[in-house]
Design a protein around this ligand. Structure first.
Ligand SMILES: Nc1ncnc2c1ncn2[C@@H]1O[C@H](COP(=O)(O)OP(=O)(O)OP(=O)(O)O)[C@@H](O)[C@H]1O
Ligand SMILES: [Mg+2]
Length: 283
């Protein structure tokens, strides 16, 4: 059985989409079968994989609101083993349209039931709100990944997110786990980044992934080429960091690291851990 992972934080611009696009890509490149579902009407994950939003005829909206078969909405990406259910602007109305529907918090969970056996990971990109789309994601998910940007007020809003997760646990999805908190846009040249790192780890301990995502110009450029970092600049610090995050997540899930061709004749597969960088990560 596969795992459904929601990437959520109601704060805007903290790196949810960048994490979904690149984590899912490295999971697929490690051999996992991955489906990404773009639940954000902004559609940044959809365009991040190079899909032209103006040409998208069918989106996750049809499945959630109009009961279309989700399997009819899946499109392949350039990453082998990775497909996506795209978003469309019609999703912007979904929050309102969901409200009167029966089982409105469970629409996505119901749709995904038949897909969990097909994929190793189903990864959900949430919009920056705690509205019904995010609640649907948390209700459908086995676990949540929470990106936190290394900036002033980093922890602001986190208690609200945790409260929502607890509400969902109490009423809709008792088994919802926190997969991990991932620190994003870390700039080792600033005291602020290391202070946020220390503060977040003080509060959340082992829930925080060892891997830290550095601030990287290449990561912010990649979406404009419609490419995940692995296909745009695989040698960049940002690429190394997301590869390490995928490896750390697979390790937490008890999935052995794939053995590369050069290592094939040797012994144990290597695992990558923390990717704190010393040069600001802007290569
Ligand atoms: N590690 C990074 N280094 C540099 N820029 C980054 C990094 N991560 C994300 N960005 C940039 O920061 C902006 C916000 O990132 P992203 O879209 O991933 O956040 P988000 O949480 O999905 O935003 P929203 O809440 O609007 O959906 C984007 O322009 C993105 O390219
Ligand atoms: Mg986003």
């Amino acid at each position: 059985m596969g795992q459904i992972i929601a990437c959520a934080n109601q704060k805007g611009g903290v790196g949810k989409t960048t994490t979904v696009v690149n984590l899912s890509t490295y999971l697929a490149l490690a051999g996992d079968s991955v489906l990404v579902i773009d639940l954000d009407p902004q559609g940044n994950t959809t365009s991040g994989f190079g899909l032209d939003r103006s040409e998208i005829k069918h989106s996750v909206y049809e499945a959630i609101i109009e009961d279309a078969r989700v399997t009819d909405l899946i499109v392949p990406t350039e990453v082998p083993g990775l497909s996506i259910v795209p978003s469309s602007i019609s999703l912007a109305g979904a929050e309102v349209e969901l409200a009167p529907l029966p089982q409105r918090e469970r629409r996505l969970a119901r749709i995904l039931t038949d897909l969990v056996a097909t994929y190793d990971y189903i990864i959900l990109d949430c919009p920056p709100s705690l509205g019904l789309l995010t609640v649907n994601a948390l209700t459908a998910a086995d676990a949540v990944v929470i990106p936190i940007q290394c900036e002033y007020y980093a922890l602001e809003g986190l208690s609200q997110l945790i409260a929502t997760i607890n509400l969902v646990r109490n009423h809709l999805n008792p088994d919802l786990a926190i997969k991990g908190v991932v620190l994003t846009m870390y700039d080792p040249r600033t005291n602020l980044s290391s202070e946020v790192d220390a503060e977040v780890r003080k509060h959340l301990g082992s829930a925080v992934f060892d891997t830290i995502i550095p601030r990287s110009v290449r990561l912010s450029e990649a979406p404009s080429y419609g490419l995940p970092i692995a296909l745009y600049r695989p040698d960049s610090k940002g690429a190394e960091a997301y590869a390490a995050l995928a490896a750390e997540m697979r390790e937490r899930d008890g999935r052995p690291a794939p053995i590369s061709r050069t290592e094939a004749g040797e012994a144990a597969p290597k695992s990558s851990r923390s990717t704190r960088t010393s040069d600001g990560g802007a290569r």
